[in-house]
Design a protein around this ligand. Structure first.
Ligand code: FES
Length: 283
């Protein structure tokens, strides 16, 4: 299975279809606000994994009820709920997928295809049940569960092996030692300019506004882009750093993500000034 997944990650034959779908998704989900909503910017975490809980839970529950006598109506209701709720989950997933790296998009394409097959089978199951053909509805639902399970397996590979939409910077905290670390003389720290420094080999950015200084991990939580090379811009009245790779924006006075494709906030380090020297430590 591992060899098969590695082959899938390297399957360049999928790129033509993937590139076409990526262009379609990007052209369709155009307003930034819609994209941000679907990325989960408003909750500071990716939305897709949360949304999939509803169809997965409904379909698994329906599969259990289908094994019990006298549960046809309840099973039909759950298949209906799962089928309807799969649509927003799929749209959020497509929105995340369009901003993944090429290797991730290959696996994501097959993940989406397996789930599309599962969704189609469940839609057929719902139609059959509503016409009173419960035997056919049950059979289609179990086939749908098989396809959706294959999709979920690939989704797990995407997240846990390939790190899709997982915070790429947070593990850097493990490389920072305990205690306060000196970073810069306040006297030499320019106003409203990004400055890059290192804390125990971990790159951080410093941003001074008056006497307030933000110290933030430099690696973008989306795909490790160098925030130190990004622009500072104002969004909704807040100074934000914009990642130079795909445009995710993070508040410099808190780290909250303001625009995706990152669905994760960026980590800020606590600071203090001792004898004119700026210091930072682990949160
Ligand atoms: S690496 Fe993609 S937005 Fe920063």
């Amino acid at each position: 299975m591992r060899a098969l997944l590695t082959k899938l990650e390297q399957a360049s034959a999928l790129d033509q279809a993937g590139d076409r779908l990526q262009r379609t998704v990007q052209a369709t989900l155009r307003p930034q606000r819609v994209r941000d909503l679907l990325h989960g910017v408003f909750i500071g975490h990716p939305l897709h994994p949360a949304l999939v809980q509803v169809p997965v839970g409904s379909w698994i529950s329906a599969a259990v009820l289908d094994l019990m006598p006298g549960q046809r109506r309840a099973a039909t209701a759950l298949v209906g709920l799962g089928t309807v709720s799969a649509l927003p989950a799929a749209i959020a997933g497509l929105n995340d997928w369009a901003a993944l790296s090429r290797e991730q998009r290959r696996v994501g394409l097959v993940h989406a295809a397996a789930n599309a097959v599962g969704l189609t089978l469940y839609a057929g199951s719902l139609a059959a049940r509503l016409r009173g053909r419960h035997g056919t509805g049950r059979a289609l639902a179990y086939l749908g569960l098989g396809a959706a399970s294959a999709g979920a397996y690939l989704g797990g590979h995407l997240a846990y092996k390939q790190g899709a939409q997982v915070n790429q910077s947070i593990s850097e905290l493990h490389r920072i030692g305990e205690g306060w670390h000196p970073l810069a003389d306040m006297a030499n720290l320019p106003q409203r300019k990004l400055v890059t420094r290192e804390v125990d080999d971990v790159s951080v950015i410093l941003y001074r506004h008056g006497d307030e200084v933000t110290v933030m991990l430099e690696r973008c939580p989306h795909q490790s882009g160098p925030l130190g090379e990004g622009e500072v811009t104002e969004i909704d009245g807040h100074a934000c750093v914009v990642c130079p790779w795909h445009g995710s924006a993070f508040r410099l006075n808190g780290g909250e993500v303001m625009h995706g494709p990152s669905g994760n906030d960026q980590q800020i380090l606590p600071t203090r000034v001792v004898d004119g020297v700026l210091e930072a430590r682990l949160p």
